[in-house]
Design a protein around this ligand. Structure first.
Ligand code: LLP
Length: 437
């Protein structure tokens, strides 16, 4: 939070809009995005590529936050999007997103999904395994439809927050294994498929990565592989797709590199490795999800009940929780919250922010310093823009919150709040004895 995020009344603002006005207008819990901040993150990535004067593509990993309006923002910025299901693909289509700029991922795409992708004319299918490769070969041959693909390989490098682990043989459900010759075999099969055009190789080493080493290692490993493939298989990949995973700062303890620092290093490493290994310079694709949307989003809640256990802990409960943000319960993810009415007030208590769901694990934040609070105050949990709404559920039959985009002092509802009627919309009452007869 900087002074730029406060208005004259010291209320927290998003995209120039007072968060307390947003609560009046749209109620809580509420997901709020600073649309300009998303655009800025996209621009920052573009600038790094352009400063290095290399061919590139930014493909937003839409699993981080998928909604019609978000695909529209990506389309306006002229970037590509990744989808991982028929549902994301359909949403992008509904948004009018150019299908030629979609990449379709997944380790078990159904025949129906592959067929949809071909019907839509999706730009690139990222093939994960032999079963999919065979299905796609058959489908495209039947339809006589030329289709661009990349192969996803498991590079044997997996990155974790603050560290990377290099393993000789990666134990992962994703991608063709490199060490056992599977990737070579996949290249041969793709080359033999009459309607598949193999444009590049993809890998993804993890998410919320803080360090560069893993990325440098995959560039080294893949370019070495490409050098061998061009002599042994007469295969010259045009594109190196290094996936996403660029970490973001959720709390003051997090010290990731800037997403753009990652990309700058990846570009320089690719230039150096291709030169050294006599591989033609590659087009570089990245798939940022979290880093485009996480810090642009926050969730607004209203404080309600509280409980203080003397000498142990104070709980403040909000009107949402694990249904709108599963990440603390699922990954022990950390967040920070501020009081919307004035984030600069001095702290007077240490409190833990509990959700309203019927589980002890439904905690959003443990032991955070906060100013004095009272029921009805609005709490903003910051940086919830990635994997919050997209992983939301109706657990306990709580309707999912609305999503609002804010920019230049204006707010716009982009996903409606679910109603109770939405919750029972798909339910079918039990048949009566008469019906069964
Ligand atoms: N590309 C591929 C192939 C991926 O599997 C992913 C994320 C991304 C790109 C985007 O990664 P990002 O830039 O967002 O780190 N639900 C988890 C994150 C799961 C990420 C799965 N794959 C969370 O909330 O932290």
């Amino acid at each position: 939070i900087t002074n730029a995020d406060l208005n004259v009344a010291h209320h927290l603002t998003v995209g120039g809009v007072d968060t307390l006005d947003l609560v009046q207008k749209y109620q809580t819990p509420l997901y709020v995005y600073d649309t300009g901040a998303i655009r800025q993150e996209i621009r920052a990535f573009k600038q790094v590529f352009e400063a290095n004067d290399v061919a590139y593509q930014i493909s937003y990993a839409s699993k981080a936050f998928a909604a019609v309006a978000m695909y529209q923002v990506a389309a306006q910025a002229g970037i590509h999007c990744d989808v991982v299901s028929g549902g994301e693909m359909y949403t992008a289509k509904q948004a009018g997103f150019p299908m030629a700029n979609l990449s379709f991922h997944g380790n078990n795409k159904s025949l129906a999904e592959l067929t949809e992708a071909l019907d839509y004319g999706v730009g690139c299918i990222i093939v994960d395994n032999f079963y999919e490769l065979a299905q796609l070969t058959q489908l495209t041959t039947q339809r006589e439809q030329l289709t661009k693909i990349m192969l996803r390989v498991a590079p044997g490098i997996s990155a974790h927050t603050h560290e990377y682990i290099s393993t000789g043989q990666e134990d992962s459900k994703f991608g063709f294994d490199l060490n056992s010759g599977q990737a070579d075999e996949a290249v041969k099969q793709a080359q033999a498929a009459p309607y598949l055009e193999l444009i590049g190789i993809h890998c993804h080493i993890g998410s919320q990565i803080f360090e560069l080493n893993g990325f440098k290692m995959i560039v080294d490993k893949l370019v070495t592989l490409f050098a061998r493939w061009q002599t042994e298989l007469d295969f010259y990949p045009r594109i190196i797709n290094v996936g996403g995973g660029f970490g973001v700062k959720y709390t003051s303890e997090d010290q990731p590199l800037l997403p753009t620092e990652f990309v700058d290093a990846i570009i320089k490493e690719t230039i150096a490795q291709t030169k050294a290994k006599h591989v033609p310079m590659l087009e570089i694709w990245i798939e940022p999800g979290r880093s485009l949307v996480a810090t642009a989003g926050m969730t607004l809640y209203t404080l309600g009940a509280s409980k203080e256990i003397p000498g142990i802990r104070k709980y403040l409960a909000v009107d949402g929780g694990m249904g709108d943000n599963i990440r603390p319960a699922l990954y022990e993810a950390k967040y920070e919250a501020v009081l919307a009415k004035d984030p600069t007030l001095p702290s007077e208590q240490v409190a833990s922010i509990a959700g309203k769901y019927c589980e002890s694990g439904d905690m959003l934040i443990w032991d955070q310093k906060l100013p004095a609070t009272k029921p009805g105050d609005v709490l903003a949990v910051l940086d919830t823009g990635a994997y919050g709404y997209s992983m939301a559920s109706n657990y306990n039959r709580n309707p999912r919150p609305a999503v609002v985009f804010c920019e230049n002092g204006h707010s716009q509802l982009v996903v409606q709040r679910e109603t109770y009627a939405d919750l029972t919309r798909l339910d079918i009452p039990l048949a009566t004895p008469e019906d069964v007869k």
